[in-house]
Design a protein around this ligand. Sequence first.
Ligand code: FES
Length: 278
Amino acid sequence: MEQKPNPFMPYMATIKSVTDLTPDVKLFSTELDDPVAQNDFNYQPGQFAFLSAYGIGEAPFCLTSAAHRKTGIEFAIRAVGTVTNALHELDEGTKVGIRGPFGNSFPMDDYKGKNIIIIGGGIGMAPLHPVINTIVDHRDDYGDLLIINGARSPQDLVFADEFDVWAKASKTKVELTVDRGDDNWKGRVALIPDVVVDLNPPSENAVAIICGPPIMIHFTLIKLKDLGFANDQIVTTLEGKMKCGLGKCGRCNVGEKYICVDGPVFTFEQISQFIEQF
Ligand code: FES
C-alpha cells in the first residue's frame, strides 16, 4: 500500500451501512472515499484500524471483514465508551476517519491442513469472524473447523445470521452457548470452558484461537492445556490502550512488546515470555 505522508492522518471514509448485531453491538460497513486508497486498503484477519467519529475522537477496532470478500471495511462495535457511543449515533452516509490497517495477523497459511478450534465470547467474535470466513471460503485448505461461540444471552450472540451458513460448510461444527437462556433457547446454557471440556477437541495437529473477556480466556486456557494443547497451539489477540498504532507512543506496551506492532495476535507461548502469569 502506498505510504501516506502522515500516518496519523486518517483517510476520509463513508459509512455505507449500519446493522444491529445485538442490542449493543452494531456492524459498520465503510468505504474510503478515495477509490485508489480503497482499492489499496489490503488487510489480513487479525489486523486492526482506528475509526474516528469527527469531533469526538478515534479508537482502535479489529477489522471484522475478510478483505477477499470485498464487502467494505467493516467493524463490529459495542457501545461501551465515549467514541463507541458516538459511533453508535452515526447513520449510513456519515463521514468517518480510518487509519490503518495496523498490526500483525493470524498466520492463516501456517494453519493450512490443521484442525482449527475457534472460541469466541461476546464481542470477542469480532476478530475471529474474518478467520472463520477465510476458512469457510477456502474450505479444502484446512482441516476440521469447530466454532464455539458464547454470550451472556441468546440476543447477545453476534453474527447470528451466519451460524447456519458456517454450519453447512463441510467439516465444520458450530456450538453455541449462553450464560442465561430464554423461553425460545434450546441450546446450551453453560460456560465456554465447560463446553470446551465437553466437546473434548483433539489437540493433535490443531490450533485453538480464543478471544473474549479475560476471565473466559483464563479458564479456557486452563481447560485447553488439560486437553493437551501446548502454549504454541493456542492463539489470541490482545487489547491495549492504543494511541498511535505505530509503535511510537509507548501506550500499548506489555513487557518489552508493543501490542500495536508486535501484535495484537500472539500465541500463549509468546505471551508467556512477556507476561509472567502465563
Ligand atoms: S499504540 Fe502507540 S506504541 Fe502502540
